[in-house]
Design a protein around this ligand. Structure first.
Ligand SMILES: Cc1cc2nc3c(=O)[nH]c(=O)nc-3n(C[C@H](O)[C@H](O)[C@H](O)COP(=O)(O)OP(=O)(O)OC[C@H]3O[C@@H](n4cnc5c(N)ncnc54)[C@H](O)[C@@H]3O)c2cc1C
Length: 460
């Protein structure tokens, strides 16, 4: 039987449910199709479980350091119960998913389909043998961990960022292929749980998109906790050695064999666009499988939009949600169009200390031809960091010397994931850096030093 809707949303991740509810609230009939779990990657296999586990790992870390703060606790008494850690994560993830599912299932005018959606044409999709038609489709299918085609991989029990979240045992030695955002969060988390951890990164440094001194400071912080980092080591093969797993690497230094009890592949993500029947609808994708969109998230086929990770314009929950806001505003609100290019890129890396990032790095600003002035300060010169005993990292703000607008910032330090927002907001307001420089911030905080460093800019 064919069913016709005013709008059909494919995928119940971070953009789809809000958009479906928005249609329903406007009195339109809408269908939302989810093949696995509502909440998508963020709730089930991304932000929520990792930040929940990171919180447990942080408690273990703090307890081991209690003596440094004058609190006596036998270090040997700190034991991590991975089953309990896992159960806590499941509770928090489950509550988040249930709240979302109840919301969407309880929405009038919104019909939920649980199954895999596939385009039959530009105006119809099939799901579990049913055909649904509409003049408007919104694709929010997200992505999944990329599995590299290493020789031997088919014979090896490897972990991904998704399957590692289900592991209830503590790996004796976790080898992580990939020294970028996802890999590093897991590296520190598992080190704090008690595993030996080795990170293999093919580039000569971690986090190649960040400024050199920022990446170096993160490396120093991770190594200080006992994480082994192998840079310039390209994994080319995986093999079992008894119960262990060995990664064979091409490298100019160190052993070409890195062996551990478990191996995590954290080498990027692939959009879920290969099994969506996009060719039947005529929707174009790029060489990596991302759906091509314009500045308002429209695909090349009229009446079909793509939101979230599957369009390759962002890789975060906040970018997926912002995609929803852009599409919804342009469909339901006033005349001023909201556009993708108005979005200021920002994100955090949730290691300790966290990295808060917005806009351009110093290197990228120079590469783009800006004349820049830079203000920076090590966290050793931030009173709140010293008081907390967490002085690793640095703060750095990049300003356009001609316009006085802030081009970007990196804050690596305690509280950086929150402190970065004062810079994001000033950039969004398109106010000159002097507005922030002359703003009084609360003492003692990390944020109070942002006006100070803006008063100490030097040409770069
Ligand atoms: C380990 C990890 C940690 C992360 N941490 C953070 C973080 O701290 N902060 C942050 O901002 N981001 C983080 N992210 C990224 C974030 O999770 C994603 O950017 C975000 O979930 C993308 O949302 P989305 O709506 O585009 O897709 P998703 O959340 O992936 O949702 C897509 C949904 O579509 C469904 N689907 C796919 N194909 C079909 C189909 N054919 N039919 C029906 N349904 C389909 C899927 O089942 C899924 O539920 C993390 C990611 C990972 C892997």
């Amino acid at each position: 039987m064919n069913r016709k809707y005013d709008a059909i949303v494919i995928g119940g991740g971070q953009a789809g449910p809000s958009l479906a509810v928005r249609f329903a609230a406007a009195g339109k009939s809408v269908a939302i199709i989810e093949r696995h779990l509502f909440g998508g990657t963020c709730v089930n296999a991304g932000c929520t479980p990792t930040k929940t586990l990171i919180a447990s790992a942080r408690i273990a870390y703090d307890m081991r350091r209690a003596h440094d703060y004058g609190v006596e606790l036998p270090a040997a008494s700190v034991a991590v119960n991975m089953r309990a850690v896992h159960a806590r994560k499941e509770r928090i993830v489950g509550a988040s998913r249930a709240a979302l599912e109840n919301w969407i299932c309880g929405t009038r005018n919104c019909t939920v389909y649980k199954g895999h959606a596939r385009f039959e044409s530009a105006r119809s999709v099939s799901v579990d043998g049913q055909v649904l038609t509409s003049e408007q489709f919104f694709i929010n299918v997200g992505g999944r961990p990329r599995i590299p085609l290493y020789p031997g991989i088919e014979n090896v029990r490897f972990l991904t960022s998704t399957s590692l979240l289900e592991l209830e045992e503590l790996p004796a030695h976790l080898v992580i292929v990939g020294g970028s955002y996802v890999g590093l969060e897991f590296a520190q988390m598992y080190r704090r749980f008690g595993s030996d951890v080795t990170v293999i990164e093919k580039e000569p440094r971690l986090l190649s998109r960040e400024d050199v001194e920022v990446a170096a400071a993160i490396q120093t912080a991770l190594e200080a906790e006992g994480i082994q980092i192998r840079l310039g080591a390209e994994c080319i093969e995986l093999a079992h050695q008894g119960e262990s797993v060995t990664a064979n690497v091409i490298c100019s230094e160190g052993s070409p064999k890195i062996t551990g009890s478990h191996v995590l592949l954290a080498v990027g993500r692939t959009p879920n666009t290969g099994d969506l029947g996009l060719a039947m609808a005529g929707v174009e994708i790029d060489h990596a499988g991302f759906i091509k969109v314009d500045d308002e998230l429209r695909t090349n086929v009229s009446g079909i939009w793509a939101l979230g990770d599957c369009n390759g314009k962002g890789a975060f929950t906040h970018t997926a949600y912002n995609d929803y806001e852009i599409v919804a505003a342009n469909l339901f609100e006033g005349e001023t169009k909201r556009r993708l290019t108005d979005r200021i890129p920002c994100y955090a890396l949730f290691v300790d200390p966290p990295l808060g990032r917005v806009g351009l790095t110093e290197r990228d600003a120079l590469a783009q031809g800006y004349a820049i002035r830079v203000g920076s300060r090590p966290m050793t010169r931030v009173a709140r960091a010293a008081e907390k005993g967490e002085t690793q990292g640095l703060m750095k703000v990049v300003v356009d010397a001609r316009s006085n607008l802030i081009l970007g910032a990196s804050i690596l330090g305690v509280g950086a994931d929150e402190a970065i927002h004062s810079i994001i907001d000033v950039m969004a307001a398109k106010a000159p850096y002097t507005t922030l420089q002359h703003t009084v911030h609360i003492h003692p905080t990390v944020s109070e030093l942002i006006p100070t460093i803006l008063g100490e800019l030097v040409s770069s």
